[in-house]
Ligand binder design. Structure first.
Ligand SMILES: N[C@@H](CCC(=O)N[C@@H](CS)C(=O)NCC(=O)O)C(=O)O
Length: 288
């Protein structure tokens, strides 16, 4: 669980926030996970939208809450939690009904959540390449400087190496003017390997951990929706996962978070059309 220490937090007003507060963005996959859980369990929460397009996540105020500058952030009775899968786990302990953590399967669940989290950079690569123009996503030197210099830079009281990784990602993105074809190929290949494993799980089960919905379904559902938006041929390569997604869509909390915001969908469609003409879609590049 990633619970921030008080000294990690410079925006100290959050210590006074009572109840459940979520700092999130409409189109963010990680934020969607938390909103699905909150909706599924009918938990009351206070919404704090953080507009990632306007880079509100790099403001001094937000960096003072999450030194990594990322959403989602959960504040519960003045305690600040980051990392979406850890937040899911925390909320599950807080509100165990209806259960999303099958008894006796916590180790298996942890493995599934870790596998999803391990693909985060790959998910970001495919998002950046196929759902938005690189020029829009690129960070200027000034923006990176602002990111580097704001926030305490510590998580759990220790200097946080994650921030350096974020900076490195965006510097390399700028140097390559976006995501390269070889990055696409590698990210797609890592996805295909993991999705093959999930596909095997669904041979005898309706959901990833058996016949009941779990946190693993929430986490993978949003990730899979995002790669679909990027043009990943889910139905052709992983038909059981496709059917699993259709089953989850029958639950309102999932259905509500399945779609990307209108502008993001529009941009992804325009990019797909352009790439189709150039034979540069995700399918073309990865050769799948
Ligand atoms: N491992 C983190 C990743 C969080 C993350 O990367 N969030 C994205 C949105 S899904 C974000 O805030 N991006 C803003 C940025 O990169 O500037 C989690 O699971 O919460």
């Amino acid at each position: 669980m990633v619970l921030l220490a008080r000294d990690d937090i410079a925006t100290r007003e959050v210590f006074d926030w009572q109840g459940i507060h979520l700092l999130h963005f409409s189109g963010s996959t990680c934020s969607k996970k938390i909103r699905i859980l909150l909706g599924y369990k009918h938990i009351d929460w206070v919404s704090h939208p953080i507009n990632l397009v306007k880079r509100e996540n790099n403001s001094n105020w937000f960096m003072g809450i999450n030194p990594r500058g990322l959403v989602p952030v959960l504040v519960h009775d003045g305690h600040v939690h980051i990392e979406s899968n850890d937040i899911l786990d925390y909320l599950e302990q807080l509100h165990p009904e209806p259960p999303l953590m099958p008894a006796q399967q916590s180790a298996e669940l942890a493995t599934l959540l870790q596998a999803e989290d391990d693909l985060h950079v790959d998910l970001r690569n495919l998002t950046m390449r196929f759902t938005a123009p690189a020029k829009l996503m690129q960070r200027s030197k000034e923006q990176l400087q602002q990111y580097q210099s704001s926030g305490t830079g510590t998580v759990g009281g220790e200097p946080d190496s994650h921030k350096a990784e974020e900076l490195e990602y965006w510097r390399s993105f700028a140097a390559n003017q976006g995501i390269t074809d070889s990055q696409v190929t590698e990210s797609v290949s890592r996805f295909t390997q993991e999705l093959d494993k999930l596909e095997r799980r669904l041979k005898e089960n309706n959901f990833l951990l058996g016949d009941l919905v779990s946190l693993a379904d929430i986490s993978w559902f949003v990730t899979i929706n995002r790669i679909l938006l990027a043009g990943y041929p889910l139905q052709r390569l992983h038909p059981r996962l496709w059917a699993w997604r259709q089953r989850l869509l029958q639950t309102p909390a999932f259905a509500q978070e399945a779609r990307a915001p209108f502008l993001q969908t529009l941009m992804a469609k325009a990019i797909w059309l352009r790439d189709k003409l150039r034979r540069k879609t995700l399918v073309n590049i990865a050769g799948i």
